[in-house]
Design a protein around this ligand. Structure first.
Ligand code: ZN
Length: 473
């Protein structure tokens, strides 16, 4: 622990200029970067855009996309790209207005007035921080509502994906605010209380708290939050259920519950995932996926998902995100005591003299944005690598399964790679996914390799497996 604090102290000393230097135009710097980022996003969209004018799918997909489906997917992609372009610029203008007119400082004053109305002064920093966060949330989310309405009821509707009714749409928003308040309020209060109590030695305490919070959410989310939005019901007995149970048991996957989720209530996009603690996992499959694919193909999608578990991808991602979090928090302390930072964002001298923790933290995060963009691109690259591995796992399943029914299992799973390929094609066709993708656009935005890349890799895995089986003979 002492080593850690010595290290953190050195970092703070190196950055001590942050607390005293009034000459750094923090706000201008944040504005410049966010515009730079929006321009870059626009450039990526413009690179991608001509792909929607292609008249034929990539050769590898020629047999799977009919002319009609391909044309539909191109139209859907084009409409989504236009929407991204407009909504990106709109959000940027909104953010610029908030920054330019000192919105963050104004909101802090407004939160103070709300508290004063109830008879509480500025010494009640934590309640004021919660009200401030709520005001900021409203300031950024309410103006974005028209975009959400357009996306759901015009864009998705036009292409046949929207299943949301206006009633569900409105209740979802209200429920979201409610959950945000119930979970977010106490979370923020605990976060601020820890930093205040531990002073500049908050880093390990805060990391510990965030770990505990994430563990708690693994219980809270499926039991109390998700049921507000979706219905999870046990997957009925039948071919699919027994196939998945057999798959899980032959891999010693600690399957506790197997659910079907009514994703079709909002959208006809399809999916499957698992979650839980190391010794007790739950699998959730979208009803849309079950409806559109044969049990053998859904099983192959699950084989891919279990590949993520087998190679401990969630744990690896968690480790990376903890390291990321640690490096952010390690640099934070000098920003915690920086009147110049608050002054640059238009906070009055009286507030800046003793910066509220939440304000410093939010401004600090804005300053980190360029680094976060790079980290995001890196995380996508890691995620794509994990997707390759999970696909390879599904292909190599016959070699990985064994147990009581060893030989029968191996034979039954020999064609898992082909089935996964079929399921992926079906998912992409149903979702009208874009199949022509610019490489730079994909590198920045995609957490999954493209369909063409995945099918090609599945073929290569199959060849490799055949070659190695021959060698064994
Ligand atoms: Zn995956």
């Amino acid at each position: 622990m002492d080593f850690l604090h010595t290290f953190l102290k050195i970092v703070s000393q190196k950055l001590s200029w942050v607390t005293t230097d009034y000459s750094i135009p923090w706000k201008r710097y944040v504005l410049a970067f966010s515009w730079g980022n929006t321009l870059f996003e626009t450039y990526l969209l413009l690179r991608q855009y001509p792909n929607y004018s292609k008249t034929k799918p990539p050769p590898a997909l020629a047999n799977h996309f009919t002319a009609d489906v391909f044309a539909k997917s191109q139209n859907y992609g084009r409409d989504k790209a236009k929407f991204s372009l407009v909504s990106g610029i709109y959000s940027q203008l909104l953010e610029t207005a908030i920054l330019f007119f000192g919105g963050y400082a104004w909101a802090w004053g407004a939160a103070g007035s709300v508290l004063a109305y109830f008879g509480y002064g500025p010494e009640y920093e934590i309640p004021q921080s919660i009200v401030w966060a709520a005001i900021l949330y409203a300031m950024s989310s309410i103006p974005s509502l028209p975009l959400e309405v357009y996306r759901t009821f015009v864009l998705e509707e036009k292409h046949g994906f929207n299943k949301t009714t206006p009633w569900t749409f409105v209740t979802d928003i209200v429920k979201g605010w409610f959950v945000g308040l119930i979970i977010g309020g106490p979370f923020l209060a605990a976060f601020l209380a820890i930093v205040r109590w531990a002073g500049d030695r908050f880093v390990p305490w805060l990391m510990g708290f965030l770990c505990v919070f994430q563990m708690l959410m693994i219980f809270i989310y499926p039991n109390w939050i998700q049921p507000l939005f979706n219905k999870l019901s046990p997957l009925p007995e039948g071919t699919l259920r027994s196939k998945i149970e057999n798959l899980a048991s032959s891999l010693k996957f600690p399957l506790k519950h197997l659910y079907e989720i009514d994703g079709s209530k909002r959208s006809s996009h399809s999916n499957a995932y698992f979650f839980g603690l190391p010794w007790s996992k739950h699998i959730v499959i979208f009803d849309t996926l079950i409806k559109q694919s044969a049990p053998e193909e859904v099983e192959a999608v699950l084989a891919h998902e279990l590949g993520h578990w087998y190679y401990m991808h969630p744990t690896k991602l968690l480790t990376v995100s903890q390291l990321h979090l640690f490096s952010i928090l390690a640099v934070f302390p000098p920003f915690l005591h920086s009147p110049p930072l608050l002054r640059s964002f238009d906070f009055p001298a009286a507030v800046a003299a003793k910066p509220p923790i939440i304000v410093s933290f939010m401004l600090f995060q804005m300053i980190l944005a360029p680094i976060e963009t790079v980290v995001g691109i890196g995380m996508n690259a890691i995620s794509r690598k994990f997707e390759w591995e999970a696909d390879a796992f599904a292909c190599e399943l016959p070699a990985k399964v064994g147990g009581a029914k060893g030989k029968a299992n191996v034979d039954a799973m020999a064609d898992m790679g082909d089935r996964l390929g079929k399921a992926l094609i079906a998912i992409h066709v149903k979702n009208l996914s874009t199949v022509w993708v610019d490489w730079l656009f994909s590198a920045v935005h995609h957490s999954h390799p493209t369909l063409t890349e995945r099918l090609k890799a599945l073929d290569e895995f199959k060849m490799k497996r055949k070659a190695s089986v021959k060698k064994e003979l």
